[in-house]
Design a protein around this ligand. Sequence first.
Ligand code: B12
Ligand code: SF4
Length: 480
Amino acid sequence: MKIRKIRFIEPGERPYKTSLQNHFVYDRYIRTPSVGLNLLATIVKKKVKDTFMYSEAISKIVRSDVEDADVIVIGIFTFNANRGYKIADYFRHHTNAVVILGGLHASMNYKEASRHCDYVLVGEGDESILELLKALKKEEEITFPGVAFRKGKKLIFTGNRQPPQKIDTIPDRYLVYKYHDRVHYNTIWPQVHASRGCPHNCDYCALVRHFGRKVRTRPVENVIEDIKQSIEFFESGRFPRLLKGLWITDDNFFADREWAKSVLQGIIDSGIHYRFTIQARYEVGFDDEMLDLLKRAGFFELAMGIEFIGDKNFEAYHKKSTVKEIQRAVQNIRRHGLSVRGLFILGGDYDTPGVGKRLSDFVIKNHIQGVLIQSMYFVPGTPVYEQNRERLLHQNWSKYNGNVVHYPQNITPYQLQLEHIYASERIYSVKRMLRAFVRDDSIHKILFLGEFLWHRSVCADLKQELPYLKQQESLPKWKS
Ligand code: B12
Ligand code: SF4
């Protein structure tokens, strides 16, 4: 077949809608476009000139432009899978394009995804996307690993493939429709993903199943160049940015300590003056040399995957952590002049009524500056899914965005959702916002305000789900 035009699509959790809230609340309609899909589009553009990407995180899809594409590539996580399937079904039935699905959710659920497309590419797409395009062009049989497709009623899967070792593509951000127009919005952040994989093996983590336990890093100069390009892109908008912040999105940046130090030193030596945030496990809180380097390189916070506030949950899900160690780590990080953001999971088997109060006490007492609270969910491919699938309330993926979606062991789904709302409203109370305005530095003031609005919108969504969860209370309580 002839391949002259390719369109990449990142579905939103819901279709994009213009709204004033887009300026302030990232979780409404404006979010950051997928770096992963953007970099795949960049790889493909080198082979097929007419390549372009739409992200419903920031704009509508221009349907008329996509309709005459030869190939349509759609990337999905779990929270946007339903919308992704809808888009894939639409273009499959209304165009002659070959529709390809991929990304974390499609990879873990290729059987499900294969019902909505011609091919699912399983795993990281950096190499397989070109291999598939080549095979399509030459009309060859697909035999290489990492592809799932249906032949009549039969599902064919060619087997898992080795992850790519060369992961140094810098995404061409101009390939995303309307991205540049949005750069002055402070809810949309420059992002750089510098390494893939994590040596740990927490039971609920889909990422380690998708990217593997072997950590692969990008060359230091390549990461610095990506940071520079990202900042340049975001600083060239029409209006000045209030928040000069960049997010290093790696799951475990510090897993390769020597490499991490070289990247931080590279930022310092390059003279880049920006404010960075990064995800981290608690252990980095005991590494004074690293904390020093982080501070000197312009980092202002560490987003720590704290997850639980009880040791029994850490043990139950094989997360190597203890509450005491986390508290000590937070104290030391703060001593180095960095703040801590807490990423939490509610609904572990040992969570009981009152967990929302305990979580918010923990946050306030330990001076944790901001939070993301996620309800526990079990996604196919993870050990917890195999053990607990009968406890899922449903598999309506569009609700896998923070809502309670399973029956926890020691609390009802309805009560857990209330605990989530309570914790969120207490941490982001008006009183605490006023305090932040008096006491915090400018970056934390802006962040608190943004997150205050974001948490309000999250709580409004969580409240909408309450009647459904209330109904589940009449079901027999799950017990194995
Ligand atoms: C940055 C980020 C965000 C950003 C931007 C997201 C985006 N547009 O990509 C923001 C802040 C918006 C965000 C929000 C949320 N996020 Co988030 N986020 C991330 C993070 C940290 C990095 C994403 C990234 O850049 N990855 C690196 C690139 C290289 O990987 P990639 O995108 O997967 O792409 C590669 C492959 O998957 C594959 N691929 C991808 N698409 C396709 C398509 C095809 C056809 C092919 C062949 C291959 C392919 O090839 C790419 C290159 O190798 C990930 C964790 C992670 N490591 O991925 C969590 C993650 C995606 N987020 C997650 C969650 C849960 C959320 C929230 C629901 C949290 C919440 N409660 O609010 C919200 C949802 C927002 C919304 N309502 O829409 C989960 C999703 C879990 C799941 N099963 O889907 C993740 C995996 C974190 C986790 N620990 O589990 N997030
Ligand atoms: S430490 Fe984080 S990224 Fe690594 S396996 Fe555990 S949850 Fe996943």
